[in-house]
Design a binder for this molecule. Sequence first.
Ligand code: IFG
Length: 485
Amino acid sequence: MDTLIPAPVSASPAPAEDFAVTAATAVHATDDAAPVAEHLAEVLRAGTGHPVPVLAGPAPGGAIALVLDAAAVPHPEGYRLSVTSRSVTLTGSTPAGLFAGVQTLRQLLPARAGTEWVVAGGEVRDQPRFAHRGAMLDVSRHFYTVAEVKRFIDQIAQYKLNVLHLHLTDDQGWRIEIRSWPRLATHGGSTQVGGGTGGHYTQEEYRDLVAYAASRHVTVIPEIDVPGHTTAALASYPELNADGVAPELFTARGNATGFSSLATGKEVTYRFVEDVLREVAALTPGEYLHLGTDETHATPEEGRLEFIDRVLPIVARLGKSVIGWHELLRSPGLPVSAVPQYWGRESSDPLMAAAVARGNRVLLSPAHKVYLDMKYDLSTPIGYKWAGCIDVADIYDWDPGTYMDGVPETAVLGVEGPLWSETLTSYADVEYMAFPRLAALAEVTWSPWSTHDWPGFAARLAAHGPRWEAQEVNFCRSPQIAWST
Ligand code: IFG
């Protein structure tokens, strides 16, 4: 129990109470807990080869029981896990809490499959510190397949992250089918950084991704980056351009981002945005649409203000709330439901403090702390370093609850680690930059500050290496960690 990541609120090992998973082991669950029970059973079957049936109703002795009991576990994502030599009882107030408990249970099992699988005995009580615990994957600069995104979802869910922000559109690629503007995907999605064939998700594939994420209790937040970062759209439809001429597709890394803009003075722009957001909202069960709004250097300020003023009501009419990079705050009159995502490197920002004073909650993604496309150190072969190098200790050792002046913990919806993909040419590169740093970010967003302890975390992470080796994750063996083999 002393190697769990993220660290739980409390864990008390009981070594004499290890529970052996055998050919007779079954998982018992009431109907609302059945999907999580099946997820756990799949893990146990894969690990032991035993049948591990899922049975309805209360568990007899010698079984694993998943129980929904909101009275016993007040926090909506909390859980209690009790492991004795005779039985395992996992109690949650919601299926999400049970799912979180299963991720803990998985870490109490061996990293590799084997017939004598034993769950370490003891008690765990746990609940998250922040509600929004996210990773962002940039599928625009380089396209990743449905299977690769599903693997990413599985990987982040193991550390109790519960949000996947998909950066679906940018200069180098439009990655989601929009039926009213089909060339966005067929032309705007036909390439990527370096000139490769790119790709896009059909709406059916995207629905499948959203459903898969939901089965791992991960909410997908789609980002349609506007009014900047729009070359893929502008290249697809001449009428979207101020001069009516479509530019070539853009396949460079874009060392200076913020060079493109929608024509905020043309009515067709607003029809375009409304059509796109309507179709994306229909694919989004979650509360939020992300509008980007970052680096609008090519948009005249009065045009940017008009654009935001006209687009916010579109999102509201679609029944969604807006997340935007923190430049969104330059627009006065934001609704209190709007969430600015801070990606700056300051710990004091007057617009952020003013938004919090008005009642907005914020997302924190300080670039020098959580931008996963930054190099670990100067020897990292891929990634950028404009925000500095970020090794495991850097992403671990900060407190979102006190990081920003005028932004108390109660105003922090959570933290998100963006993984921009200009320099990530393969999914193996994604894993290298994401792990182990996302495990550290997961602890920053889930665990109580009272458990925050770099040496302890570094030791737990060292013991985690074999788990990633067993899962064939291409993780970075940072020299800051004494990786056990
Ligand atoms: N900033 C840009 C990203 C990406 C990044 C690479 C934001 C909000 C630099 N915008 O981060 O599109 O290019 O590190």
